[in-house]
Design a binder for this molecule. Sequence first.
Ligand code: ADP
Ligand code: MG
Length: 295
Amino acid sequence: MAIAAVALGGNALIHPKERGTAEKQISRVNNTIALLKPLSERFSLVLTHGNGPQVGNLLLQQETAKDIVPPMPLDTLDAMTQGQLGYWIQQAVENVLRKNAATIITRVLVDEKDPAFEKPTKPIGPYYREKVFSNMVKEPEGWRRVVPSPKPVEIIDIEEIASLVGRGFVVIACGGGGIPVAKEKDDFIGIEAVVDKDYSTAKLASQLKADLLVFLTDVPTVYRNYGKRNQNPLYRLNRRDAQALLDAGEFKEGSMKPKIEASISFLVEGGKQVIITTVEQIGDALKGSAGTIIE
Ligand code: ADP
Ligand code: MG
């Protein structure tokens, strides 16, 4: 069966205003996974997911309890959220789709010479009243840590993922964009950074030779003139259209831009199709009647 790599965006797992009890998040995961049925009937699935709200909560717990329990570094917190969300998704895939599932704690190789390390851009965790870490920026709500967001060079654990996919497992991988690690001499070292899940999902899809890459997010399509009065949906694009719109600055840094850049590199590396839509509309998008399709 052809392979589809499917990235689950923020809203698939938690809503911005929710407290995020386990019960609520698990129920969202179950609903999301149920809506993947049409995809799971046509493709072997590899699922990736974001971890922003979950790792944000863990960072807050580290800070609040730091005098009692030693705080863990960001790469370790990434691994913790991969386990947490992987477990919930795994249960949902087995209970709802009745398929075997496995979670792979996934490391993503980053290059220490990546220019992102000179200019940290990704805000993480809670707001503080004072500057308590060296890597902080002042936002209207207070001080916040910012970490670099380097590009993934390769998915280190690709062989394990590929062999499980080959044996019919639905694999959950690259949670939170993967745990960034760098190579120092012959060893891998965890890094305090965040890899955008869109780039790592596209890299994973290319390395698996997937046919389809799906970004499930909180907008039904990609738009031209997004947020303006003349906003209009883009239903079908080819790679060159997508590149031209990207060059024209139609896609916002840190949200839609990484998805489009990732889509283009997936197609350049041999992928056949990309779909960007919501979980609710993925069934229709597969039939060609919803979402943004890039070929
Ligand atoms: P995810 O968790 O799925 O990665 P993001 O917030 O990173 O979610 O990306 C989706 C968001 O991208 C949308 O909610 C929307 O606000 C934003 N966005 C920016 N530019 C566009 C565009 N041109 N068309 C559609 N959405 C856009
Ligand atoms: Mg995003």
